[in-house]
Design a protein around this ligand. Structure first.
Ligand code: ZN
Length: 121
């Protein structure tokens, strides 16, 4: 479903950086390639993430020019997701309780019908 309103602007900002800035393949020091930006909505608010993406500059390395993104990014949201993992967990919990409530209601209705059918006989 397409968004009908603009997304709320970020209320917080965070800068994320990889834990290691040495290449895991060759061990040479990586340089920062570029900044990447994401906006993630969590239960605490809307956060604008600035991600420092590093790349190995060693041309002999198998990871040459491969991006190394901050590990912490995965703790915020799923790849390409705009909602945080806490929002997804909350929606899942609420949906599960809604389904359980619906199934319970359905069970009560079917028991009630079974009772009515037995009384008719
Ligand atoms: Zn390397």
């Amino acid at each position: 479903m397409a968004r009908k309103q603009t997304r709320p602007s970020a209320t917080q900002q965070a800068v994320l950086e990889p834990l290691q800035t040495t290449c895991r393949a060759c061990g040479s020091h990586m340089r920062m390639g570029h900044h990447s930006h994401r906006t993630v909505t969590t239960l605490q608010g809307v956060t604008r993430l600035t991600l420092k993406v590093y790349r190995c500059r060693n041309t002999q390395c198998p990871r040459f020019h491969q991006p190394t993104r901050p590990e912490e990014e995965g703790g915020w949201a799923l790849p390409h997701g705009e909602f945080g993992l806490d929002v997804i967990a909350l929606v899942g919990t609420l949906l599960l309780s809604l389904i359980k409530s619906y199934l319970s209601l359905l069970d009560q209705v079917s028991q009630s019908r079974a009772g009515q059918d037995a009384s008719v006989l």
